[in-house]
Every structure is written in structure tokens, then in C-alpha cells.
Design a protein around this ligand. Structure first.
Ligand SMILES: Nc1ncnc2c1ncn2[C@@H]1O[C@H](COP(=O)(O)OP(=O)(O)O)[C@@H](O)[C@H]1O
Ligand SMILES: [Mg+2]
Length: 591
């Protein structure tokens, strides 16, 4: 039953226009159809929604009185009092969409409640009810919005091309369809079917329909729960990245949202496997008690506020990182030794994204033996990565099992593996080792380590002091014995064992200054990570440093102990490999 909300509630419903463009009409109509329990929804669009948008559902329909009432502002059947605003289970709740759409178009509503007698048909012209009839009608509801913004020329002028508006409509329908796999969606544009997603019981089939079959096969499944909070869905491998965040589909209790907390947590969950400007593809469903999230933040209802923001953040970080850690343990054998290595990067292995091309044209380089122009390709695209799900645990001593050949240019460690040649970036690898050791120190309270002969005092600026103060307790756990020393200064008495002692003071100073300058990202844990990363970078073996055989051996041993040995903390690969077959083909031993 529809009721008009009292003024006190309606004022609380954040004000604002809901109808911005054809896609927002489609969104509101789809939400209404789903709230009404529709399981088959047909969307008809003409000229990108400029001339016609029609959404028909087989849901509950409305009684005659309710159909008339639905045209009133703040008329909704979904909430009744103020407290309901804080436990919203439906997609709609504002009672604004139907009257808003009807006021800026030629609006037709046809509805019938499960074959109980005649239905209702209403025609509204620019907000004025022009005709009401009681024809026979199938059960369910059909809303037609013609000539959108015909009476608001300024708005109509802002509409983009038919293709652009249609792309927005497809996009919003995809977003809604991903979270309603049990519902059949069919879209027509100018009379032609452009999408037809039939109802599926396995949600991953809807992901395949909407995002493509390849996506489905290369995705890792996420399933993680903590108390009443849970996160589930699919994420791409860290070799399967994009340059924009457009592949992120985040849902909170079934509602598509744009949310910084979840997005940040998702990226953090990839822990160093992503470089700046790289994004995974992900479909993530977060479920939590309705009372723990406020959905009445914005009229478009695509933003939410979490009452336990940190809990949600931690949930997503853990859900994502545990999935990735299991799925992406390195395995040499995942690097294809076929000559087709040029077109192949294992989806399971981030470092394998760097693959090698022999010269495209042998003739041009025939006169220059030894100058094979081998290129790294870091711009690998998703399409070339074969679908392959990797769930093998990493339980062998991969790195320590390699035979060390020597150092190249004092920058790379060359090793022989059963399949070919493995090159490690000594600095990146050591950075990874130090970073993980420092993090373990924080987690397990390693306690102080090497005492400095003479304690050092550190003079900081105000910003730097605040940064250091926040993360100090964690640094103490990691083995930094530091304390405030009056004003903006600190005294350093000890540092973790594996940090090189020389010039600790200036290193810490530089790290904190960099953090203040770059405006470290939110959250204490990411500040701490940033600090540890920078310290690891400063203390790690440099490139151009010559290493003794034992030092290289030690490095490989320690890399075996890392959780994520294939990437440095900033996301660069720590190793790459060239297959024997690559050499054989290059030397024309085999063709
Ligand atoms: N497709 C539909 N099927 C059944 N009822 C509908 C449908 N569309 C709208 N309604 C009814 O009209 C009311 C007003 O819709 P709307 O203006 O979108 O507000 P809201 O969805 O926020 O409640 C809804 O609460 C619902 O009762
Ligand atoms: Mg609605």
C-alpha cells in the first residue's frame, strides 16, 4: 500500500533531481520493477531514450488507487516512518522517481495486480494527469516515458548523441543485471535486441554474460565472511589489469555503489601487485546488516555511508588478499616454454606479464649475432592472456632451488631453472624481502633489535611529526626504538636488525618528509605501509652493487620465505624468465 510520507520524513529525504538523462530513467524504472519482484524485465529504447523508454515487468503490479498515488511526490510503499530510513531493504525508498519522470515527459503507466479484475492506465503530460482508464492488462507494470525533457529545453539540449546515451543505458543495466542473476533482462534499441540475459542460477554465468566469457574464466572467486559482514564475488588476476577503474563493480546489499572505502580496500588487497594507475576488474558484493549502512546519502542512491567503515575496509582487504595470495603463488612451470611465449603471459603470474619478443624479422638482424633485439613488453593486454585459473599452493623452494650463474651488470642475478633462464632484479627482490620482514615485525612485535652506538635525535616539522606520531607504536613493534623527545623531535635508540645502520637518521628523515610531501593516502595502516616501503627501499641492496655468491644465495633463500615474492612493494616484478625453447628457436636449433 502506498502512503504519502509526512513532511518531517520527506524533508529528511535528501532533496535533488533524480532524472538527469535517459539512463537515470532506466535505472529508476528497473529499480521499481525489481522492488516489485519482477523476474522478467523488458527494456525498450528508441533513439538513445530521447524519443522513448519503456520498461515492462511481471512484478506485483499496483492497485488502481496505488497507481494514482504513485504519481504524488514522496509517495512510496517502501518505507513508512523515520526509523525505516535506517534499515532500507529495497532499491527505492524516496518516492520521487515516478512523479519526477512524469513531470518532464509524456508518461504512461499501465499496471495490473496479478489479474485481479481490470488494470489501470494513466497518461500524464508534463506532470498533469490527462487520462485514466481501466482496461484489461496483463499482471505487472509497464511504464513508458516518451519525449523526455520535452518541456525542459535546457535539459534536452544537454543530451549527448544517441550512441552515448545508449551506452549509458547499457552500462546502468549491466550494473543492475550483475547483481540480479535470477532476473531475465532484455534490451531493445530501435526495435533490435541488443542484450538478452536470461535468468541463471549460478551468478558467475551472469558475470560471463555481462563482462564476457574470458573474464569469467580468468577470475578468482572471493568468498569471505566475518561475523555478520561478508564479501563475495570475482576479481581479476593481477596480470589482468586496466588503466581505469571502470571495471570495478561494487555492491552493498545488492545495490551498485561508488564507494571510496571499498575501492581503496580492494586495491590494498592486491598488496603491491598493482602499479600506480593500474586497476583490476572486480565484481564484489558486500553484505551487512541493513542498519549498519545509510543509503540515503544522495538522490541517485549510488552512495552509501558505513557506520563501521573500518570493519568494511578490513573485510574487503582480507577477502581480496587471501584470495590473491592463494591464487598467485609463483610456479616456474606456468611460464609457457612454447615459442608462443611472445603472445603468452600466464594469468596466474604477475611477473609473467613481462614476456619476450625475438626479433620480428630475422633478416634485419642476421648480420648482428649477439644483438638479438629482445624487448620487454609491459603493455600486455588482457585479451592475450589465456583464461587460466591458478589455485596451486606454492610449496616448493623455487628461488633457492635455482642454480646461480652470476650477476649481470651488478643489477640482475642470473639463474638457471629447469625450464630456462631466470633473471632477478636484486634491488626489487631485496626490497620485497625487507618490506615483508618489517611487516612481520609489526604483526608479531619483534621488539627492538640493534642498538645504535650513539642515539640519534630527529628534528621534524609539524606535519612530519604528526605522521611519525601516528605510526610510532607500530614502528616500535617492528623494532624501531624511538620516542618523542620534546617539541617536534624524536630520539632513535635502536632499529630492526636487517636495516642497515649507516645513517639511519637521514633515511628516516627523508622517508617522513617524502610522506608529508606526497600526502600519504588515508588510514594508519597505509601510512605505516608507506613508511615501511620507503625504509625497505632505502635499506635494500642497490642496483650497481656487486654481490658475493653467498649474498645472492641468501637473497634467494629469503625470497622463498616471502608471501608475495613476485613483486616489489611498489608493484614492479622481481623476476622474469626466458624459456629454453625461446633460445632454441632464436638460434634456429628448432623451427
Ligand atoms: N514497476 C512497479 N511495480 C509495482 N509498483 C511500482 C512500480 N513502480 C512504482 N511502483 C510503486 O510506486 C511507488 C513510487 O515509486 P517511486 O516514485 O519510484 O518511489 P520509490 O521507488 O522510491 O518508492 C513505489 O513505492 C511503488 O509502490
Ligand atoms: Mg523507485
Amino acid at each position: 500500500m502506498i502512503k504519502i510520507l509526512s513532511e518531517s520524513i520527506s524533508n529528511k529525504v535528501a532533496a535533488g533531481e533524480v532524472v538527469e538523462r535517459p539512463a537515470s530513467v532506466v535505472k529508476e524504472l528497473l529499480e521499481n520493477a525489481l522492488d516489485a519482484g519482477g523476474t522478467r524485465i523488458i527494456i525498450d529504447v528508441e533513439k538513445g531514450g530521447r524519443s522513448l523508454i519503456r520498461v515492462a515487468d511481471n512484478g506485483s503490479g499496483m492497485t488502481h488507487d496505488d497507481a494514482l498515488l504513485s504519481l504524488e511526490r514522496y509517495a512510496t510503499s517502501k518505507i513508512f516512518n523515520e526509523s525505516d530510513l535506517f534499515s532500507i531493504k529495497t532499491l527505492g525508498f524516496r518516492g520521487e522517481a515516478v512523479p519526477s519522470m512524469a513531470s518532464v515527459s509524456k508518461f504512461y503507466l499501465e499496471t495490473n495486480q496479478n489479474n485481479h479484475g481490470p488494470g489501470t492506465s494513466i497518461f500524464v503530460d508534463g506532470g498533469k494527469i490527462k487520462k485514466v482508464t481501466r482496461p484489461g492488462a496483463p499482471s505487472g507494470t509497464m511504464v513508458t516515458v516518451k519525449q523526455l525533457f520535452f518541456n525542459v529545453p535546457a535539459r534536452r539540449k544537454f543530451l549527448k548523441t544517441i550512441n552515448t546515451e545508449m551506452a549509458h543505458i547499457s552500462d546502468i543495466t549491466s550494473k543492475i543485471a550483475l547483481s540480479h542473476p535470477g532476473v531475465h533482462f532484455k534490451i531493445f534499441h530501435n526495435g533490435k535486441v541488443i542484450k538478452d540475459w536470461s535468468s541463471v542460477s549460478d551468478p558467475s554465468n551472469r558475470v560471463a554474460d555481462v563482462l564476457g566469457k574470458n573474464m569469467k574464466n580468468s577470475f578468482y572467486q572471493v568468498e569471505y565472511k566475518e561475523g555478520l559482514y561478508s564479501v563475495s564475488g570475482w576479481i581479476s588476476s593481477s596480470a589482468d589489469l586496466r588503466a581505469t577503474s571502470r571495471g570495478l563493480y561494487i555492491y552493498v546489499n545488492g545495490r551498485f555503489v561508488r564507494d571510496k572505502t571499498v575501492r581503496h580496500a580492494l586495491i590494498e588487497g592486491y598488496a603491491g601487485r598493482l602499479m600506480k594507475g593500474e586497476f583490476p576488474t572486480a565484481v564484489l558484493f558486500i553484505t551487512l546488516p541493513h542498519g549498519d549502512v545509510d543509503v540515503n546519502v544522495h538522490p541517485a542512491k549510488n552512495e552509501v555511508r558505513f557506520f563501521q567503515q573500518k570493519a568494511v575496509h578490513d573485510l574487503v582487504v582480507k577477502g581480496v588478499s587471501s584470495t590473491i595470495d592463494i591464487a598467485e603463488q609463483p610456479k616456474w612451470e606456468t611460464i609457457d616454454t612454447d615459442y608462443a611465449v611472445t603472445k603468452y603471459a600466464s594469468a596466474s603470474d604477475p611477473a609473467a606479464g613481462y614476456v619476450f619478443e625475438p626479433p620480428a624479422d630475422y633478416n634485419s638482424t642476421r648480420d648482428m649475432p649477439g644483438q638479438l633485439n629482445i624487448e620487454t613488453r609491459s603493455d600486455f593486454s588482457q585479451k592475450e592472456i589465456p583464461a587460466k585459473k591458478q589455485t596451486t599452493f606454492w610449496n616448493k623452494k623455487y628461488f633457492s632451488g635455482l642454480r646461480i650463474i652470476g650477476q649481470l651488470h651488478n643489477v640482475y642475478i642470473l639463474c638457471e631453472s629447469d625450464e630456462g633462464l631466470v633473471l632477478l632484479d636484486q634491488h626489487a627482490a631485496h626490497e620485497r624481502i625487507l618490506f615483508e620482514q618489517l611487516k612481520k615485525g609489526v604483526e608479531n612485535s619483534m621488539g627492538p633489535a640493534q642498538q645504535l652506538l650513539v642515539p640519534e635525535t630527529l628534528e621534524l616539522g609539524f606535519m612530519e611529526k604528526n605522521i611519525l606520531e601516528k605510526i610510532l607504536p607500530d614502528l616500535v613493534k617492528a623494532g624501531f626504538d624511538m620516542e618523542p623527545f620534546g617539541g617536534n623531535s624524536f630520539i632513535i635508540k635502536a632499529v630492526p636488525v636487517f636495516i642497515s645502520c649507516a645513517d639511519v637518521k637521514s633515511v628516516i628523515l627523508e622517508v617522513v618528509e617524502t610522506m608529508a610531501e606526497t600526502g600519504s593516502s588515508s588510514g594508519i595502516s597505509s601510512k605505516l605501509d608507506q613508511f615501511l616501503m620507503l625504509i625497505a627501499c632505502h635499506s635494500a641492496i642497490r642496483a650497481k652493487q656487486s654481490l658475493a655468491h653467498e649474498q645472492m644465495e641468501e637473497l634467494l633463500n629469503q625470497l622463498d620465505g616471502c608471501e608475495n615474492p613476485s613483486r616489489c612493494p611498489h608493484g614492479r616484478p622481481t623476476w622474469i624468465s626466458l624459456s629454453s625453447v625461446f633460445f632454441e628457436k632464436s638460434f634456429k636449433r628448432i623451427v
